[in-house]
Design a binder for this molecule. Structure first.
Ligand code: NAP
Length: 303
């Protein structure tokens, strides 16, 4: 099926284009970009023009930042296209609920990390004592010159942090909710550079998350879980898992493999006329902004 990729930035080039080119289900039929082009692919600068001129393109993948994405998603859904949304699915919970009523297909990319399904199966029937998320990366390395990520609606450190929350909500059998949050916000930015969250768990497990964008050296995307039946750690955003000292690895780097699986899942949903939408990761972020104590920290500069 032909698909149009809209918003040709870092994630579009790093993951979406290779995943579509490598897919047996999708072919890249058009790109929509205000500034860029994709080699050998018809490129439109105007999304509405593309929708009007290319009725053959039945699906779009929206890879621009969350704030502008809603209008694109609604236009696509209203024109009867299948829609894949980058994460987070929108800038607010309410606008996502509007999309939910109209949407047909949706999932979270980090849940497609190699070891996430195995972790979910291993946890089944076990009593969780502790779950600790540690998501520490260098914002200058992973998000260079992305002004939108620091502006209201850009989520700040929750932009990567929501990936951890999407894994946590996938592998936990019971729902949790945020009870405490501290948000560290640089004095020259709208969004947090670091955050710490505590969650209530229905059976009393200690659930805790630390997100920090000031990490130099080793980059850490880990979820550590202690249960009554052993110890499990997911490393590298779910690409590697260690259970009671035994390692399981896909050999993938973080993100590798997730996008091909996402596009395969999207094809399956389209073919089955099914939808998939879970707002719980975004709900946790919204709750952290609601309940969180703000601490103003040093200004952040690109270099
Ligand atoms: P990016 O490099 O800044 O690229 C986003 C692209 O979106 C821009 O190049 C631009 O494309 C378009 N865009 C920007 N502002 C826009 C606006 N106001 N209206 C319409 N289009 C606009 O950002 P990114 O890293 O690719 O991230 C995009 C989304 O993917 C975010 O939601 C992010 O959370 C998610 N994501 C990123 C990563 C990652 O590793 N970077 C991983 C997973 C998910 P044109 O110039 O072509 O119009």
């Amino acid at each position: 099926m032909g698909i149009a990729l809209v918003g040709i930035g870092k994630i579009a080039r790093d993951q979406h284009i290779p995943a579509i080119h490598g897919s047996g289900s999708w072919s890249l039929a058009a790109a929509v970009s205000r500034n860029a082009s994709v080699e050998d692919i018809d490129t439109y600068t105007d999304f509405h023009q593309m929708l009007a001129q290319r009725p053959d393109i039945r699906a779009v993948s929206l890879t621009m930042p969350p704030v502008p994405r809603f209008e694109y998603a609604m236009a696509a859904l209203q024109s009867g296209r299948h829609v894949m949304l980058e994460k987070p699915p929108g800038a607010t919970v309410s606008e996502c609920q509007v999309l939910l009523e109209t949407a047909r297909e949706k999932t979270w990319h980090s849940r497609m990390a190699e070891m996430v399904p195995a972790a979910k199966i291993w946890l089944r029937g076990k009593k969780i004592k502790h779950l600790d998320i540690i998501w520490k990366e260098d914002v200058r390395r992973w998000h260079p010159n992305q002004d939108w990520i620091w502006q209201a609606g850009g989520l700040g450190v929750f932009d990567p942090g929501i990936n951890a929350l999407s894994i946590m909500t996938e592998i936990l059998a019971d729902p949790v909710h945020v009870t405490q949050a501290v948000l560290e916000i640089p004095e020259n930015k709208d969004c947090p550079i670091a955050a710490e969250l505590r969650f209530a768990h229905p059976h009393g497990a200690h659930v805790h998350a630390v997100f920090d964008w000031r990490q130099s050296g080793e980059q850490i995307w880990t979820i550590d879980i202690e249960t009554d039946g052993g110890h499990l750690t997911l490393f590298d955003g779910g690409a590697r898992m260690v259970v009671d000292g035994q390692a399981f690895a896909s050999g993938d780097t973080p993100l590798h493999g997730e996008y091909p699986r996402l596009y395969a899942k999207f094809a399956e949903l389209v073919s089955d006329a099914q939808s998939e939408l879970d707002l719980s990761p975004l709900q946790h972020v919204a709750d952290a902004f609601l309940i969180g104590r703000r601490v103003i920290t040093d200004p952040h500069y690109e270099s």
